[in-house]
Every structure is written in structure tokens, then in C-alpha cells.
Design a protein around this ligand. Structure first.
Ligand code: ADP
Ligand code: MG
Length: 262
């Protein structure tokens, strides 16, 4: 690893005085592959806590374990060792059914590769989690309209994913994660395919979700400007936490990235 850990104290696990932990990974290790030469240690004993009602950006070079961390936090993938908690639930102790319900009711996930259902329209993709969660109850149409307006999709709702640009598909993916107003939004580069204006609208919306609705947002991003919307930025390298920044600014994040890359 770089000299960063030698020149500054080892980073603590994102301390949060007085706040409950919305999600955490503790001593989390994820090894892909059978072992020996082909094994990849995507997470290497990392401990990170995401406080409730906070917006945290996760940064780090390609391959540093950001997506793996998010997938394990969401219970979409399981750890090799260590623990993931969502609120007071230890994911490793849940049955498949309990895990499915927890994901459905409490987590909104934005996939780096969108994961839209190709046969459904944009609107059907967005409302799919609602249909699953509400089981016949009426959706909150005003909230749905607000989400759709924010991601700027009102005139694309009847299109299928193959008829949408990458940026539009990304907006559908973001809207789908927000539509149930989950406690926790885990977003993997949610603005990576958007121009700066569309990106700013979505980032502003995530910011407001934290401030006004008390939601917890964990967002992977490469973009220092996007990280500037967060309350804290965590920096990963080689599956470990190597640094963090409170109240990050774009310029501050850029400096830190340069220092870590050097
Ligand atoms: P990031 O999102 O930071 O780019 P990832 O979490 O996707 O990084 O990947 C971390 C490491 O784990 C990389 O070396 C990647 O190649 C490896 N990896 C990720 N997913 C898999 C998988 N399903 N099988 C094997 N290796 C994987
Ligand atoms: Mg990734």
C-alpha cells in the first residue's frame, strides 16, 4: 500500500457520535475464486460504518472493492468472513426469505450496470419494487411523480430499456431505487452515465432525501464533484479503507485522490 498510512494515523471506521448505524461491514473479507493463484481478495478485512441519516461517498481506484462492498452490504453477495449489519439485523444470521424481505423493504439499490428488466417499460421498471412491496395497496402517486420528475423521465415512461440511452436507463435505475423511500439507498456510480446537469439533479435529490426524509445514502463514485454532495468520503484501495474525509469538497477530494494515487 502507499505511504499514506505511514504519514497519517490509520483511519478510524467512520465514527459517528450519537448516531445509529444504518449499515456496517465489520472485518469484512470477500475472496472470489477457488483459492491459490486465481483467488481475488476483493475485500480485505475492512470495517466501515454508515451512520443513519448521512450521505457517504465511497471512492477508490477501479478494482478496489467498491462494488463488492455495496453488494455485500445489500445482501446481494455474501462475505467470505466478517459481518454485515443493516440496522440491528446481522445479514449472516437471516434466512433467504428474511433477507429478501429486508432488501425489499429497507434497501434501494442502484446497480452500476442498471439491471433493468428488458421487457418492461421505464414506468413498469420504476414501479416494480412498489408492486412487490405494496401487494395491492395504492402507490403514493405524488411521490412517484416527484421521483420521475427529478430524474427527468416524464416523457420516456412508456419506453423499454432498449429504447433508452445509457443516461436514461441510469435515471430509471435511480428512480426504481428511490420509489419505495427505503431507509438505505446504496448507489453504485449513479451519475456515471449522466451529463453534469442531470447528475446534479440526482445528487441534489439524494442530498434532500438525507436531509428531509432522514434516509441514509451510500454512493460509489469516481467524481470528486459528486463526492462533494456527501457528508463524508471514504477511500478504498485493495479492499481496505485507506482514508476518509469529513464534509468533503470537490477540491479536497481531488487532493486526497492525488495523494493516494501518488
Ligand atoms: P470496484 O467496484 O472498486 O471497481 P469490484 O468490487 O468490482 O471493484 O472488484 C474488486 C476486485 O474483485 C477486482 O479485482 C475484481 O476483478 C474482483 N471481482 C469482482 N467481482 C468478481 C467476481 N464475481 N468474480 C471474480 N472476481 C471478482
Ligand atoms: Mg464497481
Amino acid at each position: 500500500m502507499s505511504g499514506v498510512t505511514a504519514t497519517r494515523p490509520a483511519p478510524a471506521a467512520h465514527p459517528a457520535p450519537g448516531r445509529r448505524v444504518a449499515a456496517a461491514a465489520r472485518s469484512a473479507t470477500k475472496i472470489y475464486g477457488a483459492g491459490g493463484d486465481t483467488a481475488v481478495r476483493a475485500l480485505d478485512g475492512i470495517t466501515v460504518e454508515f451512520p443513519e441519516g448521512r450521505f457517504t461517498a465511497v471512492m477508490g481506484p477501479s478494482g478496489s472493492g467498491k462494488s463488492t462492498l455495496l453488494h455485500c452490504l445489500a445482501g446481494l453477495d455474501s462475505l467470505t468472513s466478517g459481518q454485515v449489519v443493516i440496522g440491528d439485523a446481522d445479514l449472516g444470521s437471516l434466512s433467504d426469505k428474511q433477507l429478501t424481505l429486508l432488501r425489499r423493504d429497507r434497501i434501494g439499490f442502484v446497480f452500476q450496470s442498471f439491471n433493468l428488466v428488458p421487457t418492461l417499460t421505464a414506468e413498469e421498471n420504476i414501479t416494480l419494487p412498489l408492486a412487490l412491496a405494496l401487494a395491492g395497496r395504492r402507490p403514493d402517486r405524488r411521490w412517484l411523480d416527484e421521483v420521475v420528475a427529478t430524474v427527468g423521465l416524464a416523457d420516456r415512461l412508456t419506453h423499454r430499456p432498449s429504447e433508452l440511452s445509457g443516461g436514461q436507463q441510469q435515471r430509471v435505475a435511480v428512480a426504481r431505487a428511490l420509489v419505495t423511500r427505503p431507509e438505505i439507498i446504496l448507489a453504485d456510480e449513479p451519475t456515471g452515465n449522466l451529463d453534469s446537469r442531470a447528475g446534479a439533479e440526482i445528487l441534489g435529490f439524494l442530498r434532500r432525501a438525507v436531509l428531509e426524509l432522514g434516509q441514509t445514502v451510500v454512493m460509489v463514485t469516481h467524481d470528486p464533484v459528486a463526492a462533494g454532495y456527501a457528508d463524508a468520503a471514504l477511500f478504498l484501495a485493495d479492499g481496505r479503507l485507506v482514508d476518509q474525509l469529513e464534509a468533503p469538497t470537490a477540491a479536497g477530494v481531488l487532493d486526497r485522490l492525488k495523494a493516494l494515487g501518488g
